[in-house]
Design a protein. Structure first.
Lengths: 262, 353, 275
């Protein structure tokens, strides 16, 4: 007896979601096709393109680079982002409001501009090693996620609990580690995985900061696509989709995915 | 133009859960009827069915001669006051009140004049250009009321309209609502879980439980003559003891309880000898005395209520509460009799227990 | 240590990261565009005098505007359905929108390479159906770039709008109906005005995102459909014209910030309840 949505609107939404998911399904299909070209629906089923992805040393190498870069960049960003988010939540009155804007600058400034500026001023200008510059760039790229997501968690936190711990004789730093941190754990985990996937998928910064011996998986994929057009790329894409699924599962378990629709 | 609202054998369900079971109800022209009950009893569902936000599985809903059952909500012409007020936050008070007039195709000048007049009538002169965010709870309530009244609907409905106000404002607003409804002679359906509110504002009250109307009567009747144990319990008859009629004599019927004690109470048409029934009493309905004709009891804990002492009493039918006069305090452990006070007790048919 | 100093000390590492590795590099990049021998604005004059460079800027604006318009047109009705769906279905639909959003740009653009290619899936299907005899050229056209961009940004638009539409209580649309507003009138007079701020946020995200994109125009537009992002990369990494690249970067930042600023002013103007 509930009111229903107008059938035309419902049909429209169905078409939209087919449009959103169809291309990804096509990629999964082509990655399994037993043909040397990209075929959909797949002709014959095989996993050899997945094996092939790991046999190509450029993919193996860049997978590892991208993974370590994402882990280290995100860790670095959280390490400085959590204290910043804590300071902004705990000492709202003592800090000027524009600080919040500063921490989202990496989103406001186009990524590709940031990548170019880092390449020009830091990598070339200061002669900084490529990998180090890449790491700094990725840490910057994900800083807004870290500060915002952890900040959202801290906004729910009742700081009188921390004061209670201090009043019971717990030093400030210990109170933070044993009282505050466990209570914002969900936000920290969600921030980590969201930042991780953002870093893992980044193109616009990395495109300027790859050089001899250093490249990331998305950049390698781009280069590969320009020369070869076989299902190996599709299989690597599917592997990346698995990472997405894992990230979504973790976000759902911590903050809930509806958090992303806010 | 005053018309009556008729619900005829209406049933409704959410998925597999039945929320209304074959409900029939008539609200007379110009009458205010309240639906009273705990949450989940179906009172809000009933209102939403009439408003057209839900469609019944079976049955018809009529307003005067008009069959509303399949009409979309916007074509029903019913004024509705929401629990949340549901004011449009992006419109001023004036535009909120004028919203319904705009839908009816009234010109700008006429809308503004009529809405302005209604704003004055609800006592919000000077607030026409404010936004809802800048109003107090009571003021928002008045805007919601004005917005529903200005379209001059043949039926007004209220969904817990006062539950978000503080106690004093609640009393003021319910008087105000009653005054405006009376003045316009509009038929009204009022949903609430607050017994005092329902009794004070309504011509008749329907007490609901599990999707059914347990009793529909004037508040005075509900209060003194509940039709069944559910309603009796609802209106404050705390003590319910199973009894059986054994004899009739004149205006009285003699009833017997477990253990053999008998009481003489005013008889009714159905209280024929042999009939199982329930004796229902408010705390003042049983008076503790040292001797007399009543229910034998052993006294337990005594508490002081200011106007009387209350005792927990052990009887053959279990533990009950009864009051005793301040002039004769009695001690726990004493034996006593509980004498019924006919003003504060009644007999109910057992089948509805 | 006072609270104030502790607060600054805690925020300092993050502030330094942004200042040293974003602020300084970006500002020094802009600086080089004003310090050429030909005068203060010489590089910008050169940019706007060149027909080709103007066309790149114009194309990028055009693609971003069309992408934004289509994303709104697709995203709004879809978000409405999602926001009003029963709970379980709603979570499922949100998952279906988040999944593409968190899948990389390269992967999502690659999908359209597979679909729109000369020997791609769409051409294959059309040929099998006998609708065409020769494969159509769809890659490296503006249409291909726009389709892929829309694909990229519709999930973002949907999620932004679901958040906004969710915040409109059902009681409000019910109240409008009870006052005699038809569904169309309710949409126009209640839902739309209340959704405008969110609509603007979504539009800004999509516009700036597509205006500054790199991977998608690179893969689906190629040299022929050069956009600001690919143009910047080409100037910097292929022709090593760093001053030219810096000029492009500066123009991108100006357009982005102007869009954000202008639209947030518009949002404030259209939102009388803001105060």
């Amino acid at each position: 007896m509930r009111r229903r949505i107008h059938p035309a609107l419902a049909a429209f939404a169905v078409v939209t979601f087919l449009f959103l998911l169809g291309p990804l399904i096509i990629i999964v299909g082509t990655s399994l096709s037993d043909t040397v070209f990209l075929a959909f629906p797949p002709q014959g089923l095989t996993l050899r393109w997945f094996e092939n992805a790991f046999e190509i040393s450029a993919f193996r190498r860049t997978m590892w680079t991208s993974f370590t870069l994402a882990v280290l960049g995100t860790a670095l960003s959280l390490l400085i982002g959590i204290p910043a988010a804590y300071a902004m939540a705990r000492y709202r009155i003592q800090l000027p409001r524009f600080l919040g804007t500063i921490f989202v600058l990496p989103v406001l400034v186009p990524e590709i501009v940031l990548g170019f500026a880092l390449m020009k001023s830091v990598a070339t200008g200061l002669d900084t090693p490529i990998y180090t510059t890449l790491l700094v760039g990725h840490a910057l790229l994900v800083l807004p996620y870290c500060v915002r997501v952890v900040g959202a968690s801290l906004a729910q936190f009742d700081f009188s609990i921390e004061e209670a711990a201090v009043s019971l004789g717990c030093p400030r730093w210990k109170a933070f580690l044993t009282v505050v941190l466990p209570n914002i754990q969900g936000g920290v985990i969600a921030a980590f995985v969201l930042a991780f996937i953002t870093s893992l998928n980044d193109v616009s910064i990395s495109i300027f900061l790859t050089g001899p011996g250093v490249s990331t998986l998305p950049i390698q994929l781009l280069a590969h696509m320009e020369q070869f057009f076989d299902p190996t790329i599709a299989s690597v894409s599917v592997l990346l989709m698995f990472v997405t699924v894992a990230v979504m599962a973790l976000v759902e378990r911590t903050l809930g995915l509806t958090f992303l629709a806010k | 133009m005053t018309v009556s609202l008729t619900l005829d054998h209406v049933s409704a369900s959410y998925g597999r859960t039945r929320v209304l079971e074959d409900l029939s109800l008539e609200v007379g022209a110009g009458e205010l009827v309240s639906l009273l009950g705990a949450s989940g009893c179906g009172k809000t569902t009933t209102l939403r069915l009439v408003a057209g936000f839900l469609t019944p599985d079976a049955g018809t809903i009529r307003l005067g001669e008009r069959d509303l059952t399949r009409l979309p909500a916007h074509a029903r012409d019913i004024g509705l006051v929401f629990q949340t007020y549901a004011l449009f936050p992006h419109l001023t008070v004036l535009d909120n009140v004028a919203f319904g007039l705009k839908q009816r195709g009234l010109g700008r000048a006429a809308r503004r004049a009529q809405a302005g007049e209604m704003i004055e009538r609800v006592g919000l002169t000077g607030f026409a250009d404010r936004y809802p965010a800048n109003l107090s709870g009571g003021q928002r309530q008045r805007v919601a009321l004005a917005r529903a009244l200005v379209i001059d609907p043949p039926l007004l409905m209220f969904d817990e309209p006062l539950s978000n106000l503080d106690a004093k404002l609640r009393v003021d607003m319910r008087v105000e609502i009653r005054r405006l409804q009376r003045a316009n002679g509009t038929t009204a359906l009022y949903v609430t879980h607050d017994q005092e509110e329902a009794f004070s504002i309504s011509d008749r009250v329907a007490i609901m439980d599990a999707g059914r109307i347990m009793q529909l009567d004037a508040p005075e009747v509900l209060y003194s003559k509940p039709a069944n144990a559910f309603v009796a319990d609802f209106v404050g008859f705390e003590t319910l003891i199973p009894m059986r009629a054994v004899a009739e004599a004149g205006d009285a019927v003699r009833v017997e309880m477990e253990g053999g004690a008998t009481l003489d109470l005013p008889r009714a048409q159905w209280t024929v000898p042999g009939q199982e029934m329930i004796f229902a009493a408010r705390p003042d309905g049983l008076v503790v005395a040292r001797e007399g004709e009543g229910i034998p009891a052993r006294l337990g804990l005594r508490t002081y209520l200011g106007r009387a002492y209350q005792y927990r009493c052990e009887t053959a039918a279990g533990e009950v509460s009864a009051n005793g006069p301040l002039s004769q305090p009695m001690e726990p452990g004493e034996t006593a009799v509980l004498i019924p006070n006919p003003e504060q007790c009644c007999l109910l048919p057992a089948s509805n227990a | 240590m006072t609270d104030r100093r502790l607060a600054w000390a805690l925020a300092m590492p993050a502030l330094l990261l942004v200042a040293l590795f974003l602020g300084l590099p970006v500002l020094s990049t802009f600086g080089t565009t004003f310090t050429t021998d030909d005068g203060l604005f010489a590089t910008y004059e050169a940019f706007f005098q060149s027909r080709f460079r103007r066309s790149v800027l114009w194309r990028t604006m055009e693609v971003a505007t069309i992408t934004t318009a289509i994303s709104v047109a697709i995203g709004f009705p879809t978000a409405w359905v999602v926001a009003r769906a029963p709970r379980t279905l709603k979570s499922l639909l949100i998952v279906a929108a988040v999944f593409p959003l968190l899948t990389g740009v390269v992967v999502r653009s690659f999908a359209w390479l597979v679909i729109l290619g000369r020997n791609g899936i769409l051409n294959g299907a059309l040929e099998r159906l006998g609708l065409i005899e020769e494969p159509l050229t769809m890659l490296y056209t503006q249409g291909a770039v726009i389709v892929a961009m829309v694909y990229l940004f519709v999930p973002l638009m949907i999620l932004t709008l679901v958040g906004v539409l969710d915040a409109i209580p059902e009681d409000l649309t019910d109240a409008a109906a009870s006052l005699g507003a038809t569904p169309a009138a309710t949409f126009r007079q209640v839902v739309l005005p209340m959704a405008v701020p969110g609509l603007i946020v979504g539009a800004v995200l999509v516009f700036t995102g597509s205006f500054t994109s790199y991977a998608t125009p690179q893969l689906l537009g190629g040299e022929r459909q050069m956009m600001m992002g690919t143009f910047l990369h080409q100037r910097a990494m292929v022709t090593f014209d760093w001053v030219g690249a810096s000029t492009i970067a500066a123009i991108m930042v100006v357009v982005t910030l102007a869009t954000v600023w202008g639209m947030s002013r518009l949002a404030n103007r259209l939102n009388p309840v803001a105060g």
